[in-house]
Write a protein that binds this ligand. Structure first.
Ligand SMILES: NC(=O)C1=CN([C@@H]2O[C@H](COP(=O)(O)OP(=O)(O)OC[C@H]3O[C@@H](n4cnc5c(N)ncnc54)[C@H](OP(=O)(O)O)[C@@H]3O)[C@@H](O)[C@H]2O)C=CC1
Length: 261
């Protein structure tokens, strides 16, 4: 059992890009628990200890020994090396942020993991306090932790979790899409600052509006706006004719297949 359920002690193995945004998000969201970091990436660990009140452990085993919940955020190819010589207590919760490795694959790589192994892979937007935090399987302690960072969504199957992960890649494509529209505005004469604000607040408004209409299908919101004779409908028809939306489906299909390989 976790010793301090209000503030479980979090240990992090793999202190790189993911750990940086996750810790920033936790602290911004008000998480006051102790955080122990693996010392391997000394520069990042030092920065996080200074900026976000983390403690640097002596080594990876020290991280585990001092923590209730251990987050693994090394790259997939580094997982077996990391887990090789470590030992966990059976009452600990391990969260893995390692993309593309199933729960079974984790246990195949390392038979020393405790029984409670949870996959949780949020995207970097949680640093701004927004974004989905996919979790599998559901776990109350992990959901509580994730709640500091964004919107936790727990899935009933790894298949569903992987679908959510696929759209995490989509989250990355969106910036390219937003950038294309911003560039268009700039080419037409708008300043960079104004173009960026117009696009980003348009999109933020669209998501906020849709989130408050959760009983309505998203396509129905479009149908309400893009009525006969509107410029919105003309643009929409052009996008459809140019396969503007099916191209996104194809990219999602591609990534989903890759995740399952
Ligand atoms: N980057 C992202 O946006 C996202 C990443 N993820 C997942 O997060 C994980 C980490 O990705 P990311 O943060 O980008 O990668 P990084 O390379 O930035 O971070 C991984 C860190 O783990 C360290 N590390 C490697 N082996 C060990 C070890 N044996 N003991 C202690 N530390 C070790 C690395 O140190 P060193 O540099 O010395 O090897 C590095 O500091 C991946 O599995 C990825 O799938 C998930 C969602 C999004």
């Amino acid at each position: 059992m976790i010793k301090n359920t209000a503030n479980p002690i979090l240990g992090i193995l793999g202190v790189g890009y993911f750990a940086s945004y996750f810790i920033t998000s936790l602290r911004n969201g008000g998480y006051e628990g102790t955080i122990y970091l693996s010392p391997r990436n000394a520069q990042t660990a030092k920065r996080l200890s200074e900026e976000h009140r983390c403690l640097i452990a002596q080594n990876n085993q020290d991280v585990i020994d001092k923590s209730d919940i251990i987050l693994i955020s090394v790259r997939p190819e580094q997982l077996s090396d990391l887990l090789g010589q470590l030992s966990f207590r059976n009452d600990q919760i391990v969260i893995s942020a390692v993309a593309g490795k199933t729960i079974d694959e984790h246990f195949t790589i390392a038979d020393n993991l405790p029984p409670t192994l949870i996959r949780m892979i949020p995207v970097c937007s949680i640093e701004a306090g927004e974004g989905v935090v996919p979790i599998f399987p559901s776990n109350a302690e992990v959901e509580k932790l994730a709640n500091y960072t964004g919107t936790p969504i727990s899935f009933d199957s790894e298949h569903d979790f992987d679908l959510a992960l696929t759209t995490s890649c989509m989250n990355g494509w969106l910036y390219e899409f937003f950038g294309t529209m911003t560039d268009w505005l700039e080419k037409k004469g708008l300043s960079q600052d104004k173009a960026r604000k117009v696009i980003l607040h348009n999109i933020r408004g669209a998501t906020a509006y849709a989130l408050q209409k959760d009983d309505q299908k998203l396509a129905d919101i479009t149908r309400e706006i893009a009525t006969e004779g509107t410029f919105t409908l003309e643009g929409l028809n052009l996008l459809k004719k140019q396969q503007g939306f099916t191209a996104w489906d194809q990219a999602l299909d591609h990534v989903h297949k890759k995740l399952g390989e």
